[in-house]
Design a protein around this ligand. Structure first.
Ligand code: C2E
Ligand code: MG
Ligand code: MG
Ligand code: MG
Length: 287
């Protein structure tokens, strides 16, 4: 009886390993196809200044648009992209689509010519001076004004070879590109890190925002991060704002820059231009 149970267990385990492996191979193939067929595209999600009532910028979030199965989210392919090194060509393909948006006349007519686009770099790219340098070269050659592009990194970027990562960050910072620390408050979130990296912005993780209105601990942590940012002269952006109640609570805490489904989901630029007015979001949010 015992043996039967054990065997059943092993079979189940092997099958799930097999499935995991098969899924991985499938994701890798999808990614290779997407890069070859140009199915990779950036979606944009607005960053909203709730005091001024304007959009200050957009975060570019990558999607694969598969002709048969439709949209695929980064959670499905970024991990595989990082393991295989395909993250680098993926980034370059995205940048080639994002940079022209900064001077696209429809974009500038609607959102002004000062909005910035925030671009996520993977920790893998911060561990490899060659990748970092190639991204930087691409930016320099595009002639885009550096204050119009913001680089988002998570703290995991400096958890491997911190020296290499910081060196690459310094090069971006010296070239004038602002760097944001993404998902702050989600992981280890060392306070010392905030001070030792060449940052201009901190993006507060959405896990601290959900039900902030009813959770005293979350409110305490958020308050602390917001005042730390203020004192260190860092811009704070609160991510993942979904409800009016959260927004009101954050406003009460002095959070000025927010991003979240309440204002807009990430959208293809065409849809964004169609649906998201430069100031209309806040009236849609009722404030
Ligand atoms: P992230 O950089 O922290 O991006 C924010 C994520 O939160 C996005 O998920 C966005 O759709 C989601 N989000 C925004 N507002 C809300 C909200 O109000 N509620 C909820 N529940 N979620 C919200 P997405 O697009 O699936 O991206 C997931 C992650 O994948 C990103 O997290 C980023 O780490 C990574 N990623 C996306 N695009 C790229 C890329 O081009 N390069 C790299 N290296 N990573 C990327
Ligand atoms: Mg991000
Ligand atoms: Mg984030
Ligand atoms: Mg995240």
């Amino acid at each position: 009886h015992m043996r039967q149970r054990a065997t059943g267990h092993i079979t189940f385990f092997q099958r799930s390993m097999h499935n995991e492996h098969a899924r991985r191979l499938e994701s890798e193939q999808l990614l290779r196809d997407a890069l070859a067929q140009l199915w990779v595209e950036p979606f944009l999600q607005p960053l909203v200044d709730t005091v001024r009532g304007t959009i200050t910028g957009f975060e570019a979030l990558c999607r694969i648009r598969h002709p048969e199965t439709g949209l695929v989210s980064p959670g499905e392919f970024i991990p595989v992209a990082e393991e295989t090194g395909l993250i680098h060509p993926l980034s370059l393909q995205l940048l080639d689509q994002i940079l022209p948006l900064l001077s696209d006349s429809r974009m500038t007519e609607r959102y002004g010519n000062a909005f910035y686009i925030s671009f996520n770099l993977s920790p893998v790219q911060l561990q490899d001076p060659h990748m970092g340098e190639e991204i930087l070269e691409r930016l320099r050659h595009s002639g885009v004004s550096p204050e119009r592009l913001n680089i988002e990194l998570t703290e995991t970027a400096v958890m491997g070879d911190a020296n290499t990562a910081i060196e690459i960050m310094e090069r971006f910072a010296t070239a004038g590109f602002a760097i944001s620390l993404d998902d702050f408050g989600a992981g280890y979130s060392s306070l010392g890190l905030i001070r030792s990296l060449p940052l201009q912005q901190v993006k507060i993780d959405r896990s601290l925002v959900s039900s902030v209105d009813t959770d005293d601990e979350k409110r305490a942590i958020l308050n602390m991060i917001l005042s730390l940012c203020e004192q260190l002269d860092l811009t704070a952006v609160v991510e993942g704002v979904e409800t009016e109640t959260e927004l009101a609570c954050l406003a009460g805490m002095g959070a000025q820059l927010v991003q979240g489904f309440l204002f807009s989901r990430p959208l293809p630029p065409e849809t964004l231009l169609d649906q998201v007015p430069p100031r209309g979001l806040l009236s849609a949010a009722g404030s």
